[in-house]
Design a binder for this molecule. Structure first.
Ligand code: FE
Ligand code: FE
Ligand code: ZN
Length: 272
């Protein structure tokens, strides 16, 4: 539950955490445990959880699916998740905008904005984060323009923010390695730098523009340690949650097991 996640974050040297609102591959959900939420809120400061926490919608949620039944499923899931998150106000709900599956970018964007217009409420206290995507398959959100088009279509777009995923932006074709400031300038023009609410700090197994989306461990991919460290310490983004989604490593003591790399990667990145 929430309380346990807060304690775990502290052990890793983290001050925030991300979690899935339900099984990432889709489907069912446990009822919100009010006592657990209360304990989490109570212990958040004590456990060093300072920033907003970041809920991630299931990967299977496709707001721009071609099948109306799947779209309705996605819409109900998002509405339900947002209602639950209002129990812990002031936090974030991060989702992948969707895949247009041959309907085209325009239709995809229109369907995503329609979903957001049907679930966002003027009084809600949760920000909904559109993630920058790699452009794998027919993913929407591979360019800053596509994300801006979603903002343009959403009535309560003051409830929207961006989750900037370094692996995805690299794989989508932006040169964050040689020209991070230039990429940021483009981002600022299309969306506004102040819209970045969260960074997903991941290295990439693929070259810039590959349109692939395979995360690598910090310093072991095509983005590299220096660029990721630069982003983590960037003066324009103080206090913004930075979340690792790097792959687990083989356990040297047990070939059948893998271990999370987060503790080591956090301390590596935080070195001045
Ligand atoms: Fe994501
Ligand atoms: Fe991500
Ligand atoms: Zn990814």
């Amino acid at each position: 539950g929430y309380a346990a996640m807060g304690r775990q974050a502290r052990k890793l040297g983290a001050n925030t955490f991300a979690f899935f609102t339900r099984n990432p591959r889709g489907g069912s959900v446990k009822a919100l445990d009010e006592a657990d939420v209360a304990e989490f809120l109570d212990k958040a400061a004590e456990n060093g959880v300072e920033g907003p926490i970041v809920a991630h919608a299931p990967y299977t949620m496709n707001a721009c699916a071609a099948d109306p039944g799947l779209r309705e499923f996605a819409q109900n899931m998002m509405r339900d998740d947002l209602a639950r998150l209002e129990h812990t106000p002031g936090n974030y709900y991060n989702f992948h905008p969707g895949s247009h599956v041959q309907q085209g970018v325009q239709t995809g964007v229109a369907l995503i904005t329609a979903q957001l217009n049907s679930v966002l409420l003027p009084g809600q206290r949760t920000m909904v984060l559109l993630e920058t995507m790699a452009g794998k398959g027919s993913e929407i959100g591979r360019s800053f323009e596509e994300l801006a088009a979603i903002y343009d279509g959403v009535k309560y777009n003051d409830k929207l923010r961006i989750c900037f995923d370094t692996c995805h932006v690299n794989d989508a074709g932006y040169d964050i390695v040689n020209d991070f400031e230039g990429v940021m300038e483009q981002f600022d023009k299309r969306l506004g730098k102040d819209q970045i609410a969260v960074f997903h700090i991941n290295d990439s197994k693929n070259s810039m523009g590959a349109g692939k989306d395979r995360h690598a461990n910090i310093g072991e991919g095509t983005i590299g340690f220096d660029t990721l460290r630069h982003i983590v310490h960037h003066p324009d983004f103080p206090g913004i949650p930075r979340i690792l989604e790097t792959p687990y490593r083989p356990d040297p003591e047990n070939p059948d097991k893998t271990l999370p790399p987060y503790k080591e990667e956090i301390s590596l990145l935080l070195q001045k």
